[in-house]
Design a protein around this ligand. Structure first.
Ligand code: AMP
Ligand code: GLY
Length: 423
């Protein structure tokens, strides 16, 4: 089967790496890809949010499976655009239709979905600029800290957590009236603050109520050690998560995963693809912080390497609606990944710096993110590479990743030395 992966991050390199190991693979294309995916298949320049452009490539290259990595093309309706072409009716598309992608595209939509299906999440209300005064009054009824969320996609930056009531009221105005996050904050969800430890669960669903639960992971979002400083796309991840024990798993499946998968079917939201449950384990049990309609990055760089089942087989089962019959095989060892980033990230950073010391490490797989080049590899983004290793526990896995990182360098290179510190 010929496969096209859309995206250019560590997530897409990890997915491509796994797909490239499948005996069912014919040709592999990645659009636009990076220096890592270049070694696995053919990188193709393409506007991945333009369904007509993607569709033309699919037809010209007899693609059987399109894997949509990031949220933007999903929320833009690329899946729908592809399926609008009768010639592509048999194409397997991994990623939901636009209507279902609203679970990530609109926080208010996701909250209403959870209310409808009785899925535990923080209490909330949604406001617009016409209801600013009501929003500010609602803040007065809550305890600090205050959680303000831009309704739409804001590249992971649309959530503010504020200690001071007056500052929260001011920021609500900035978001609603002064368009702090552009159109994304024309609606704002104000939420009850939840205390607890966060973790992520991933499922692949066939849209007919069938699903498999992939290995869980914990992500480290802040730039600084000890979870301090600005939020990033993610600085590292560990899988499995030791506190996700049998009891928590049972509760999460019963209260969150099952009702979500069934809710998608009940609400007629066409969903074939990965569901990302961003969860927090509170004193009252697990609750949903957010849904994403794709795999996480860097979580993919630990979750997918742990899969022993063939990924193309899983995509075919998804397409045929037989995921319920799949017995997923998972490596019981611990996988850990450490993200190496450009100096200055997540604020302004440089691109184009030469990366030296890269080689095939025995104990570590390097998943490229912001890189480009063929012979000489240079930096091309804030998050540059994820170093994934396996071990009997997280310490053993992380020691291998840190040893490999020590051999690699580029100007301004930065990474967190404490991934997994709280486990
Ligand atoms: P989100 O984009 O919704 O995942 O939010 C980004 C981050 O903000 C999450 O990973 C949490 O750390 C934090 N967060 C979001 N909502 C809440 C909440 N209701 N209570 C506590 N922390 C939250
Ligand atoms: N690592 C978090 C995300 O992919 O959204």
């Amino acid at each position: 089967m010929n496969v096209l992966v859309l995206g250019s991050g560590g997530r897409e390199h990890a997915l491509s790496h796994k797909i490239s190991q499948s005996p069912s693979l014919g040709k592999l294309f990645i659009a636009p890809g990076n220096a890592g995916t270049h070694q696995l298949g053919e990188n193709v320049a393409m506007n991945i949010e333009d369904a007509a452009e993607v569709g033309a490539f699919v037809k010209a290259n007899a693609i059987d499976i399109v894997v949509i990595g990031p949220e933007a093309p999903l929320v833009a309706g690329v899946h729908d655009g592809l399926k609008a072409d009768a010639a592509l009716s048999d194409l397997i598309v991994v990623g939901p239709r636009q209507a279902a992608a609203e679970l990530e595209g609109s926080k208010d939509f996701a909250k209403e979905f959870m209310m409808r299906h009785n899925i535990p999440t923080a209490a909330y209300q949604t406001f617009t600029k016409d209801t600013l005064a009501e929003g500010q009054a609602f803040l007065e009824t809550l305890d600090a800290p205050y959680v303000l969320k831009a309704d739409g996609l804001a590249a992971g930056k649309g959530v503010l957590i504020i200690e001071d009531l007056d500052e929260a009221k001011e920021e609500l105005k900035n978001m609603l009236v002064d368009a702090k996050f552009g159109d994304a904050s024309s609606r704002v969800v104000i939420e009850e603050f939840l205390a607890g430890i966060e973790f992520s669960i991933f499922a692949l669903t066939d849209g007919q109520g069938g699903y498999v639960i992939l290995p869980e992971a914990k992500d480290y979002k802040r730039i600084g050690e000890g979870d301090t400083g600005l939020n990033t796309g993610g600085m590292g991840a560990v899988s499995p998560v030791p506190f996700f024990d049998a009891a928590l798993r049972e509760r999460t499946v019963k209260e969150i995963i099952e009702p979500t998968i069934k809710g998608l079917v009940k609400d007629n939201l066409p969903y074939q693809g990965f569901v990302f449950f961003g969860l927090i384990n509170t004193s009252k049990g697990p609750k949903v912080i957010e849904y994403n309609v794709r795999m996480g990055d860097p979580e993919t760089e630990v979750v997918i390497p742990r899969l022993e089942s063939d990924l193309i087989d899983l995509f075919v089962a998804m397409h045929e609606g037989t995921l319920d019959q799949v017995d997923l095989q998972v490596n019981p060892q611990t996988a850990a990944t450490v993200m190496v980033v450009a100096g200055g990230y997540p604020e302004a950073y440089k691109k184009g710096d030469t990366i030296s010391g890269l080689r095939d490490f025995e104990a570590t797989t390097v998943y490229h993110a912001g890189t480009k080049g063929t012979d000489e590899v240079v930096t091309n983004g804030g998050r540059v590479m994820a170093f994934t290793s396996f071990g009997a526990d997280k310490d053993e896995a992380l020691a291998k990743s840190y040893a490999s990182i020590a051999e690699v360098s580029f100007e301004g290179m930065n990474f967190r030395k404490d991934i997994g510190f709280d486990l």
